[in-house]
Design a protein around this ligand. Structure first.
Ligand code: F6R
Length: 254
């Protein structure tokens, strides 16, 4: 695991954008799985700004949706797919035909999960997973406990996830209780994994992610055994007294 601590959320977003931009520059048709949630939003805005300035070519990126609520209507404004289009796909000018959707709004959600897994394997897996850290250690909606080989599937959201998602939708009661998520199998096999963490409230779960036992009870702790994991955390979320900053990396200092 490469650990980078930044001064604040602004610098986390800048360093995160540098990291992602470097991967896209090297592989313009990269397969990317971008998390929704608050933490990566400014990274996406920064990437969009770079695209506007013609510093980055994002048109060929292939996007796999990370997770989705289940059992809600196709027109429901809470669909994470809508958020994905608004925050990542449209601002980066990626054609919607380049997006592999994970569907929770269809009758046969299990079949949709299987189709998604097949599409991911056909694509050769994910080049880059951009992940946020759930308050209970979830990755995507891989809720605890999630085994390292857990496939793309339907999950019941835990109370903690319902609480934390309440802020997106104006109350816990407004959060759908079931979801679909890209499996741990696919996420842990990504060629590069970026985990972004911000805020003091994430400090204890970040400590367990990095330093606790690697256990399905804290799905993010399984990243300890994955290849090419980079954690970018702002100082508020960093649980240790010594910083793991590696500002000397070419992209980290920019
Ligand atoms: C959202 C997702 C979640 C979030 C996590 C952190 O697509 O997959 O796992 O990444 O709950 O959310 P924030 O960044 O809002 O703290």
């Amino acid at each position: 695991m490469r650990l980078i601590v930044t001064e604040d959320y602004d610098s986390l977003s800048r360093v995160g954008a540098n990291f992602v931009a470097e991967i896209i520059a090297a592989n313009p048709a990269a397969t990317v799985v971008p998390a929704m949630g608050d933490t990566p939003m400014r990274i996406y805005a920064e990437l969009a700004a770079r695209r506007q300035r013609r510093e980055l070519d994002t048109l060929q990126i292939r996007v796999f949706q990370l997770d989705e609520y289940a059992g809600i209507d196709t027109e429901d404004p809470r669909l994470l797919y809508g958020w994905l289009l608004r925050s990542f796909v449209a601002p980066l000018g990626i054609p919607e035909s380049n997006v592999v959707r994970l569907r929770g709004d269809v009758e046969d959600v299990q079949a949709a999960c299987r189709d998604y897994e097949s599409a991911a394997h056909e694509a050769g897996g994910f080049d880059l997973a951009i992940l946020g850290l759930g308050p209970n250690g979830h990755l995507g909606f891989n809720e605890p406990p999630s085994e390292p080989d857990a496939p793309t599937r339907v999950v019941e959201l835990t109370d903690e996830s319902l609480e934390s998602n309440a802020r997106y939708w104006g109350g816990k009661d407004r959060v759908p209780r079931t979801a679909v998520t890209a499996g741990m199998d696919l996420l842990l096999a990504s060629k590069q994994i970026l985990l972004v963490v911000s805020g003091e409230h994430k400090s204890e779960i970040l400590r367990r992610t990095i330093n606790g036992p690697a256990t399905p009870e804290v799905p993010a702790s399984l990243l300890q055994h994955a290849a090419n994991v980079t954690v970018i955390a702002d100082r508020a979320s960093w649980p240790f007294s010594t910083a793991g900053t590696q500002d000397s990396d070419s992209w980290a200092g920019k």
